[in-house]
Write a protein that binds this ligand. Structure first.
Ligand SMILES: [Zn+2]
Length: 445
């Protein structure tokens, strides 16, 4: 066989006709907006300018906010058909977590199209939704229509480092941009999973709280050959092992209770006779996300101690990522204290609130109704996100946030694993589906 151009795979970037959503998502992926945390970031300025330009092309007037040099968020207000209705915030973030090209099958910032999918950092989290927001809104406005109610569309900076320079900056410094808005939709929800072979959609109606703590132990410094009982590293390791291995009990909230009863109904099993963990095993690729939503988790994530192989250091430190149910923060910290003992210092480095919103009301009905029109018969279930989103910041303004970035996915697609994962990719047809659903929702709700 010769390698003529004809024998190349038919699914390279050049040959596939991309629709507007895929084109925007690809363009956004090509801006490397990596956010390394700790204030280190490539910044979102170029991606933000691209978005602002796209909004201007729709005759909207984007507001551009630069919290720190290069850290840019873009918002625009879109006048709705019924101005007496409270506004809806539709938001996405423009930053991404870093990607090591060595681990990827493709260049993570090239926006490669292969096998019917768009590949790249942000394809899942969350330049897909950024693109769906722009294309669905464009579709409405170019048709001479208006969204049903006022929208605040936001493309925010710094979400991957807690939103300090993005959502939190806006909520604190420019709350007026959200004036009149009472609800929000954004990421990590709205995608489909398979519950015993039945495609179902997960609508995110809550987020766990987070507490990031540092453990510090102190002991006797000395020569590595000595008999040292008060060894800071040994003591720290004990505490880390206790928290890492801790089997936290099931702690259900309204959201997870509703989710489990829906799963039991779909599986046709007795809720009383089946444990939550067993039910979750049947929730397809979302099981990993959902298992973490049923209980507190205490994951050790970083260790620091020592400077020389034959020197016992006098201190040792570990970072632990705690996620618990909304409102349970103090009780969980007290239990952590009891588990590891009084001689381990605990310093709280960062906290953020948990959220929970009812799986009912007009917006939830509009979302389930819209999905029913586009994927008839597929159940919509509430779920609690084990992580966090910019909805935490918006909640400080009394805005109730949901995770709804709609994607219809095939059964084999392990979508949740791709958040911050390697070879992040999204099917092109899922992007078009999402844009159509969003268009329908925004035009009718
Ligand atoms: Zn995200």
């Amino acid at each position: 066989m010769t390698t003529t151009p004809e024998s190349e795979p038919a699914t390279t970037d050049r040959e596939v006709e991309l629709d507007e959503t895929a084109t925007i998502a690809r363009d956004l992926i090509r801006f490397d907006t990596s956010n390394y945390g700790g204030g280190r970031s490539n910044g979102e300025a170029d991606a933000a300018e691209y978005v602002a330009e796209a909004l201007r092309a729709l005759d909207l007037e984007p507001l551009v906010f630069e919290s720190e040099p290069g850290r840019v968020s873009v918002l625009a207000r879109v006048e709705g058909a019924d101005r007496s209705k409270p506004g809806l915030v539709v938001h996405g973030h423009l930053d991404v977590v870093p990607a090591d090209p060595a681990n990827w099958s493709v260049d993570p910032f090239a926006g490669v199209v292969r096998d019917g999918m768009l590949w790249g950092r942000g394809a899942v989290d969350m330049k897909n939704m950024d693109a769906m927001m722009l294309s669905s809104l464009g579709d409405i406005l170019r048709a001479g229509e208006r969204p049903a109610r006022d929208l605040v569309v936001g493309f925010l900076a710094d979400e991957e480092a807690g939103g300090v320079l993005g959502s939190h900056f806006l909520v604190t410094e420019h709350p007026e941009v959200f004036e009149g808005a009472t609800e929000a939709i954004s990421e990590v929800g709205g995608y489909s999973t398979f519950i015993d072979g039945r495609r179902s959609y997960l609508l995110q109606t809550g987020e766990k709280a987070l507490i990031w703590i540092k453990l510090r132990t102190r002991g006797t410094a000395g020569h590595g050959s000595q008999m040292i009982v008060a060894n800071a590293v040994t003591r720290l390791a004990e505490a880390v092992a206790v928290l890492g291995r801790q089997q936290w009990p099931i702690a259900l909230t309204d959201t997870t209770t509703a989710l489990l009863s829906e799963v039991a109904r779909i599986l046709d099993v007795d809720l009383e006779q089946t444990s939550p963990d067993e039910l979750v095993l049947h929730t397809g690729t979302a099981a990993g996300f959902i298992r973490g939503s049923l209980r507190t988790t205490t994951n050790p994530t970083m260790l620091t101690a020592g400077y020389k192989h034959n020197v016992v250091p006098d201190t040792a430190e570990a970072l632990v990522d705690i996620r618990c149910m909304p409102g349970q923060e103090e009780a969980v910290l007290a239990e952590v204290r009891a588990l590891i003992g009084d001689d381990v210092e605990i310093e709280t480095m960062h906290t953020d609130i948990g959220l929970e919103t009812p799986f009912s009301g007009p917006l939830v009905e509009a979302i389930t109704g819209t999905l029913e029109r586009h994927d008839p018969g597929a159940p919509v279930l509430p779920y609690l996100l084990s992580g966090g989103t910019d909805n935490k910041a918006l909640s400080l303004l009394g805005i109730a946030g949901y995770g709804f970035a709609p994607l219809r996915l095939d059964e084999g697609m392990d979508f949740p694993a791709m958040f911050h994962g390697v070879d992040e990719r999204v099917p092109l047809d899922a992007l078009s589906f999402g844009s159509r659903v969003l268009r329908d929702l925004l035009a009718t709700y």
